[in-house]
Design a protein. Structure first.
Length: 145
């Protein structure tokens, strides 16, 4: 019985790589294809800038959630310890892109990654998406007064 529980736990753990280390907020690397952008990309053509924040990390995460969900056809699939993961589905062909936002509480910046699951080119869709999200996050935080 104990062996069955361990195997089931490992299968669940292995099936969702985003949940493998809940304290880990590193972004997956971009593949060699041009259909990925990231603040941590090693290639200049795939790099996007971070966005600073001044609010508390919990508030910054809430703002990131709102900015991310403002994207059409976006479903939040993981939210944990300063990390959001969502799936964005294209309108016409129903392609799914993976989007990650990390709230870095040490550097006080948002870090991003957006990547297509299939294909080679994305016609700039991922870069435009991150630019829109970054623009929403660059707006001043609203006070609750």
């Amino acid at each position: 019985m104990m062996r069955l529980v361990i195997i089931a736990s490992l299968a669940t753990f292995h099936s969702n790589p985003l949940m493998q280390n809940s304290a880990d907020t590193t972004l997956p690397p971009c593949p060699g294809s041009p259909n990925c952008v990231s603040t941590e990309a090693t290639r200049e053509s795939q790099r996007v800038p971070t966005v600073p924040f001044t609010d508390a990390p919990v508030a910054a995460l809430a703002r990131a959630r709102i900015a991310l969900l403002a994207e059409p056809r976006t479903k939040l699939t993981v939210e944990r310890d300063g990390h959001l993961h969502a799936e964005c589905t294209s309108f016409l062909f129903r392609f799914v892109d993976d989007v990650d936002i990390v709230v870095d509480p040490v550097a006080h910046v948002y870090r991003f990654r957006s990547a297509s699951r299939v294909g080679e080119s994305d016609l700039g869709v991922n870069r435009k998406r991150i630019a829109r999200i970054a623009a929403r996050l660059a707006l001043p935080a609203t006070s609750s007064k």
